[in-house]
Design a protein. Structure first.
Length: 336
């Protein structure tokens, strides 16, 4: 891989440096062309850097910060009062071009707000959206967006999410003509709220999109679509519910009887590909540079996957591909 630099918010997530530092060390060992900029509290970060021999690593720059964005902080407070936070400083390095991607496991609302202020959206993009991969029953993946960056969306936003998701599927999943669907409460044309029904009518009118209609919640993993679009409230609930069920099944044998352990053995053999840690990392697409949001509860292997995702998106030049889409492709006139 060519040399590139990723800025990491080392304080984000539930576990901070105890997770982010081992993941950073492993990423450096896997990718010889990778450079990292690490942002975090000196007190919390230094012992872990020493333990993993990163304090004087030739491909690591460490930047100590006086503040940290926690899950309790409102987005507005982070914007006004946490300029020297690890999250804010990492995004500033991205905006200045010192890094080509940024990864944080911190507060989603604050990350969204800070990224909008510091990194900015691409021309023609109204709002970024969080997108992630979902494993499919027949193999391969589908993309789901939005996952919580925009809790309430109108039809124009849903259409733009579909356009951006189509671009990601083409360039990251290598789908030449992705099937695009709207997540809805039924498959019939009259189902859903006004925003979903209006979005469906507009998507049908865009010939460059392969819009296939509605998909219900039980079809998220069924291979019925390559891009599944919804507002952030619905997407976040759907994703978190799926992850909870997967963890329940994958951990079914813990402290249980013989039959539970037998079930757990079968589940782990058949459903290990559904382990949410393997798919950690939701991208804020629509920004001028790659920003990846890691799960707050992620362990080191999962945070490593988020770093690898940021690297892959940068190598694919995903922001430029999305920008090119809106520069050259016909857009939904209602979304302008």
């Amino acid at each position: 891989m060519p040399q590139l630099t990723v800025a990491l918010d080392m304080m984000g997530g539930d576990f901070g440096p105890s997770v982010t530092v081992p993941a950073a060390a492993q990423a450096l060992s896997l990718l010889p062309g990778l450079k990292l900029m690490l942002f975090g509290s000196r007190t919390a970060l230094s012992p872990w850097l020493e333990r993993h021999h990163l304090s004087s690593h030739p491909r690591v720059q460490v930047h100590y910060c006086a503040q940290q964005v926690t899950n309790e902080h409102k987005a507005g407070y982070a914007l006004r009062h946490l300029a020297d936070s690890s999250m804010g400083r990492a995004l500033e390095a991205l905006a200045r071009g010192e890094a080509q991607a940024c990864v944080s496991g911190g507060n989603t609302g604050a990350l969204m707000a800070l990224a909008l202020r510091v990194v900015h959206t691409l021309p023609g993009v109204a709002r970024p959206a969080l997108i992630t991969r979902l494993p499919q029953a027949g193999g391969g993946h589908a993309l789901l967006l939005d996952l919580g960056a925009n809790v309430s969306c109108d039809a124009a936003q849903l259409v733009q999410f579909a356009q951006m998701g189509d671009a990601v599927a083409r360039h990251v999943l290598s789908e030449p003509r992705p099937r695009v669907a709207l997540l809805n409460v039924g498959a019939e044309a009259n189902k859903g709220n006004d925003a979903v029904r209006q979005a469906a009518r507009r998507l049908k009118a865009l010939p460059e999109l392969n819009y296939t209609g509605y998909v219900e919640g039980d079809g998220l993993f069924a291979g019925k679509a390559d891009v599944i679009v919804c507002d952030g409230f619905v997407g976040n609930v759907a994703l978190k519910t799926s992850e909870g069920v997967a963890r329940l099944l994958l951990g079914a044998g813990k402290k249980r009887g013989f039959w539970w352990k037998l079930l757990a053995f079968w589940v782990k053999r058949r459903l290990s590909h559904l382990n949410p840690d393997q798919y950690n990392g939701a991208s804020l697409i629509g920004l001028r540079s790659s920003v990846v949001k890691s799960h707050g509860s992620a362990g080191s292997p999962a945070f490593l996957n988020a770093i690898l995702q940021a690297v892959a998106e940068t190598e694919h030049q995903l922001p430029a591909k999305i920008a090119h889409l809106f520069d050259t492709a016909p857009q939904d006139s209602h979304a302008r």
